[in-house]
Structures are given as C-alpha cells and as structure tokens.
Design a protein around this ligand. Structure first.
Ligand SMILES: [Zn+2]
Length: 488
C-alpha cells in the first residue's frame, strides 16, 4: 500500500485543491524518476500468464479505470497548458506520455445507433461489451441484457466500486453496474444499486437517495443503512467509516459535486464535500484490502458538463481534478506493482482549443487569475439585476471587463427567462459568454455537444503491454476480463 488509512485531516479539502505544486500535478514525482523508473515499471514483479505459444503476458490483480468524461483532445492540451502557465508544472497524464510510461492507443467511440455516442452507450460498451443505442445502459433493442462488468468481477470475488464527480447513478458509473433501458431513471437506478452491495460507491446525486427529494418519498439512505451499508453524506462521515468489509455508499452533494474551481473557493464546501481525488484515495484504500483484487471506475463527469456549457475555467480545473485522481491511481499502482491503470474518455465534447496565431499566449495567460466558473456566475445572477451588477459579477469571477454592449447582450438574454428557465443550464447564455470570452482568452469551441472523434486511451502497469494501437470502445470489456483471467 502506498498510503495509510485516511483520517479527517487526510481528506481535508484545504489539502486537496490548493495542493497545487505538490499534489495537484505530478511533475516532481515523474519528472525526477526518468528512465530508472521506466525500467522498473517494465520489470514489475507481478504474475505472468502465457496463452498458447505466445509471449508471456502480465496479469494485473487490480484495475483502476479512470474516465475524464467528454474529454476532447483539446481539453487535455488546455489543462496541460494551464498547469504550465499557472503552476510551472505538467499534468500527470501528459507526463506519463513524456516519460514513455504507458501504452497508448486511439479509441473509436461509436454507439449502436450513432457515430456520436452518449455516456450511457459509451459506458455500456466498456461495461457490457456490446454497443447499445444512446440512452441505454447495457440493454439491447429487444430487451437483451448484457451483464455489467463489475457484476462479473464481483462474482469472481473482486472488490468493486465507482467514484464520480456527478451523481453516482449517472450514466458512466451505471454502465459498469446495472442494466436499464433508460439512463434517465436515476431514482430507479439508485434502488438497483442496493442489492448489488458493491464495495464502494461515491459521488453526488443525493437527491436520488433522500426521502425529501424522491418523488416516492422513499428514504433510500436509511434503507441502505439498514441493509448494512456505511452511508456517508459529508467528508467527515467518510473519514469516520471503520475498516470493515461492509459496503460503502457516499452521496456528498445534489447533482454533481461542485466544479473544482468553485469548490476550492468555498470554505463550507471544502469542509463538507470531498474532491474527486479524495474519493479516489478512499476507494482505492478500501478496495485494496480485498486479497483477490479489485476493479474501480473513477469518473470526472463534470468535464463533460463544462464542455456542454462551453465553460472554459470549469473545464480546465475539472480536467486537473481528474488528473489529481489519476495521480492517486498511478501512485498506488507504482506501489502495488500489480495494478493496471486505464485512463481514457468516453467521447469528445465541444472540441475546445486555443485558436489564433496572433496573441494566443497573452490571451491564454489572462485565465490565470480567474476566481470562479461561468456556472458560478450564472447561478448567482438575480432576476432584477441590471447591466452594472452583471458586469461586476463577471469582473469578480473572471477578471474580465465586459463592454456595455456585451453586458447588454447577457442582460437581455437573462431578463427574457422565466424563474424556472434560469435553473436550466441550456437556457442560460453560456454560449454568449463563451463567445465574449473568446476575444479575451483565445479559446473557441466547435459546438456544445458530443463529437465522434477518436479519443485518447492509455494504460499503465501489468497488462498494458497487450494494448493494441487502435481499439473500439467495446474491446475494453474483453480486455479487462482477459487480462485479469476472468471468464467473460
Ligand atoms: Zn460521456
């Protein structure tokens, strides 16, 4: 084990997002180890298995599957550039490439009915090994049910779990866990988790478990407790969970956990809500107590949400939060020497990029002093606010002076919305904001939805040497089973 049991201090938010140089990025760890570590990584002392007359293959005991949901290639690059400009560091993900420490491939992400997948079909491709239509979780067009991969691993006595920055019932974790024809039925998906008794399920989405917010008024949190689960709704609850074999359910926020940038600026949120890296660390430690091994999915789901909203700083900081969780996974894998870390995304989204050869550097550097995301700006807008209040809020959050005309555009858009429409992200003037910001930051977006692009896929640790250079999303299902010696 590379780390000891967490205590309250160990998951103190003050240590997480403000970790900046030491923990947030892994340049100091990986930059220093160089070729010696590469040689050690290539000669780890894990078990080997041989299929037929082929070369010996390395068999991992554990798999950690890290997903930055909706990560276009530009997202990875923008996070890397931001880390460089703001912290003088590199990201863990990019540094794994620089140091030649991973096997790397392109992945095709199509679903059964579209070249542009949604997260449910994408996770089902990995989770069930079959392409289904967008919106479905491991259910075929005639009701066929494809066994989800964490159920397969659980049957072979692996410890299993999911960690996410969006609801734990959301499409990407659910695609590894259950069968449902409609990803939108998250209240039902919450109920479906109960009998599974997966070892560690952590994320947001408390509204699908609490009696106050469920339409059927069921107290699912209480039901999980009665069934023997540890149930955590705060960071302190999580720290106090005893080291036994009971399953853990953690729901720390309504909808997703806050964007990493906004989380870092709010003392109350820091005290109560764990970061993605906090949750990843807790889950890895807990699952690693199982002698047979474990399989854990870690999802940065709000990278996708930020891309839909064209919210640049939300996107960059949440991608860096995924990177911090990846670093936790890699450090554990380095220590255990029997863990395969898979890091990828399920599809591109909105394809952001730094555009224009003119003054791109200077424009991008204007982002280093941001305080809050565009989502935070929108969430705080009041219906009676005039142009001046809007300008002040944007200036405070983004350090950006709107012209009178720009502020007028936003004001008119917001003033035309009803109270309920102001609660719908897609009704808010995110695209207008992004267009305004593009003039200052140089960052443009191809749209506001998923793309069909090939995506990054990398593997670290035993078994990674078996990764082909080009895979379909469905190939990863069989890959994870074969590499661990689990029958499909
Ligand atoms: Zn997705």
């Amino acid at each position: 084990m590379g780390f000891g049991r967490l205590d309250a201090r160990g998951i103190d938010g003050k240590l997480d997002f403000r970790m900046k140089r030491r923990d947030f990025l892994c340049h100091s760890t990986f930059g220093a180890v160089g070729l010696g570590a590469l040689a050690r990584a290539r000669s780890m002392g894990h078990a080997t298995i041989t299929f037929g007359l082929g070369t010996p293959r390395q068999q991992p005991k554990n798999i950690i599957f890290v997903v930055s949901d909706g990560m276009s290639a530009g997202t990875l690059q923008l996070a890397e550039l931001y880390a460089s400009v703001k912290y003088g560091q590199t990201t863990c993900w990019a540094d794994l490439y620089r140091q030649n420490r991973v096997s790397r491939a392109l992945m095709e992400t199509y679903s059964a009915n579209s070249w542009v997948t949604d997260s449910a079909a994408a996770s089902s491709a990995w989770g069930g090994g079959v392409r289904v239509k967008n919106g479905s979780l491991n259910v075929g067009p005639n009701g066929e049910q494809y066994a989800p991969i964490l159920q397969k691993f659980q049957q072979r006595e692996f410890a299993v779990g999911c960690v996410t920055s969006v609801p734990i019932t959301h499409a990407t974790p659910a695609g590894f866990c259950i069968n449902h024809a409609d990803r939108g039925e998250q209240a039902q998906i919450a109920e479906m988790y109960l009998p599974l008794r997966f070892d560690c399920m952590l994320g947001g989405g408390i509204e699908y478990f609490s009696a106050e917010s469920r339409s059927d008024k069921q107290d699912l949190l209480g039901t999980f407790k009665q069934a023997g689960y540890h149930v955590a709704t705060t960071k302190l609850n999580l720290a106090e969970i005893t080291a036994d074999n009971q399953p853990v359910l953690g729901c720390f926020h309504k909808a997703g956990i806050p964007y990493a940038l906004d989380h870092a600026q709010d003392e109350a949120l820091l005290a109560s809500v764990p970061s993605l890296a906090d949750m990843a660390k807790f889950a890895i430690e807990r699952l690693a107590r199982n002698p047979r091994g474990f399989v854990l999915q870690i999802e940065g789901g709000k990278v996708d949400w930020a891309a839909h909203a064209n919210d640049t700083t939300a996107l960059i900081y949440d991608q860096l939060a995924v990177d911090a969780a990846l670093k936790v996974a890699i450090e554990f894998a380095e220590s255990s020497q029997e863990t395969l870390v898979i890091v990828t995304t399920d599809h591109g989204n909105a394809n952001p990029g730094l555009l224009g050869t003119g003054s791109a550097n200077k424009k991008f550097e204007s982002l280093v002093n941001v305080r809050h995301t565009n989502t935070w700006v929108m969430d705080g807008l009041k219906s009676n606010w005039g142009i001046d209040e809007i300008r002040q809020r944007v200036q405070f959050a983004q350090g950006l002076e709107l012209t009178a005309d720009e502020a007028k555009q936003l004001h008119e858009h917001i003033a035309a919305l009803s109270e309920s429409e102001r609660g719908e992200a897609r009704k808010l003037p995110f695209a207008k904001m992004a267009n305004i910001q593009k003039q200052r930051t140089g960052i443009g977006w191809a749209g506001d939805d998923h793309s069909a692009d090939y995506v990054e896929l990398a593997m670290f640790g035993p078994g990674s040497e078996q990764l082909p250079q080009f895979v379909k999303n469905t190939d990863l299902h069989q890959f994870m089973l074969e590499v661990t010696g689990v029958p499909s």
